[in-house]
Design a protein around this ligand. Structure first.
Ligand code: CTP
Ligand code: MG
Length: 383
């Protein structure tokens, strides 16, 4: 049993308001067509993937796919059904085929499962949703109401026995067909309906982009991480604190530049994504970190959060020492930390306190810092 996927992406997207053909425009961080390719590639029943693009669009397709690969790329025609036909001819042979619009990014495995199950007993199957709004004719003003009962909205992918849909296309002479199921039915094949999915609605008009982006946005959950660090003072070293150099009669001892504040924030970020601590990622025993600017540790931790689809919402830092006075440098630290984390200053809080001359900070032996990071992670990153 071989099941192929055929994605048509040869349209101009003239109604979509997009500067490039809509199938190549980004939605939720990747090109529209990449959503469907990823959905098919992620389904174990799907073998080859064919993509149909407009003449001269092969380069644009390659750029949009990035690391992804199409097994077959064909060139489409003036109408959607011309493009499907070109794709079917290019595929040549398969048991079943799922024909899908690149303009429908919200394909989920459950729909593919339902379609393939229906193909066991039918020549074709389509996802369909009930019509819930009142339907009426547009006659300049409001025209007659159209009976809604018994109507459905038909989506893609549409699944067919390959030979059935090939026969239907080769025999078609009914003018412009907006989908393949109508051609299969015209050729006498039985087409089943399965439950459709609102996420499969097509991007057609400018308003559809934002609506679909919201619909497909992963659910984010909030996580917090805390970090704490201490470094002792050492004469003859520059003092780095909160990402900036501060004039002082001594600096902090340590393997790197010993920026105790950035270390606390780095650990807070690592804590929020449960990825160990700064020592795991930058072992003090490793000579490459000798004298290193702690900027790098912080940027690395931020990258780790973003690499999991996460967003950093807020940093709250407390610096604990008798001297130097932090107040005069607070705004510069906020700006620098915000810059390193690609945040706005308003998302970075820097506070300072003494310990009333108690303990090691009170005796002026060193500086302590603690930080709390608030991040949002996609739900699938939260086991
Ligand atoms: N399509 C195609 N070949 C065509 C026309 C359309 O492959 N000659 C594809 C589109 O790329 C899209 C799907 O068919 O994935 C649905 O068509 P539609 O939403 O109408 O897209 P466009 O034709 O690109 O948009 P418009 O009609 O607004 O120009
Ligand atoms: Mg069109």
């Amino acid at each position: 049993m071989t099941t192929a996927a055929l994605i048509v992406a040869a349209g101009k997207g003239e109604r979509s308001g997009s500067a490039v053909p809509k199938q190549f425009a980004p939605l939720g961080g990747k090109p529209l067509i990449a959503h469907s390719v990823d959905a098919f590639r992620g389904h174990p029943a799907i073998g080859r993937i064919a993509i149909v693009v407009g003449a001269g669009q092969q380069r644009q397709l390659e750029a949009a796919l990035g690391e992804r690969r199409a097994d077959i790329v064909a060139v489409g025609g003036a109408q959607r059904h011309d493009s499907v036909r070109a794709g079917l001819e290019a595929l040549g042979l398969a048991d079943d085929v799922l024909i899908h619009d690149a303009a429908r990014p919200g394909l989920r495995a459950a729909v593919i499962d339902r379609l393939l199950a229906a193909l066991a007993t039918h020549d074709g199957a389509v996802p369909a949703l009930p019509v819930v709004d009142t339907l009426a004719r547009d006659a300049g003003g409001l025209g007659d109401t159209v009976e809604r009962a018994g109507l459905v909205r038909v989506q893609t992918p549409q699944a067919f026995r390959f030979d059935a849909i090939m026969t239907s296309h080769r025999g078609w002479n009914g003018g412009i067909a907006t989908d393949d199921a109508q051609m299969a039915r015209a050729a006498g094949f039985a087409v089943a309906t399965v439950a459709g999915d609102p996420a499969l609605d097509k991007i057609t008009h400018p308003d559809d982009w934002a609506r679909m982006e919201r619909l497909l946005a992963p659910t984010m959950t909030v996580r917090t991480g805390s970090g704490f660090d201490v470094h002792r003072f050492e004469a003859g070293r520059p003092l780095w604190l909160g990402g900036i150099a501060i004039p002082h009669d001594k600096g902090l001892a340590g393997h790197s530049d010993a920026d105790v504040a950035l270390h606390a924030i780095t650990d807070a970020l690592l804590g929020a994504v449960a990825q160990g601590d700064i020592g795991d990622h930058f072992p003090p025993s490793d000579p490459q970190w000798k004298g290193a600017a702690s900027d790098r540790f912080l940027a690395y931790a931020a990258e780790l959060v973003r690499g999991r689809g996460g967003r950093i919402d807020h940093i709250d830092l407390t610096i604990i020492c008798e001297a130097p006075r932090v107040g005069p440098h607070r705004e510069a630290m906020r700006a620098r930390i915000a810059d390193l984390l690609q945040l706005r200053s308003a998302q970075v809080s820097v506070k300072a306190t003494t310990t009333e001359r108690l303990g090691f900070t009170g005796r002026g032996e060193g500086i302590a810092a603690q930080a709390i990071a608030t991040v949002r992670l996609p739900e699938e990153e939260n086991p």
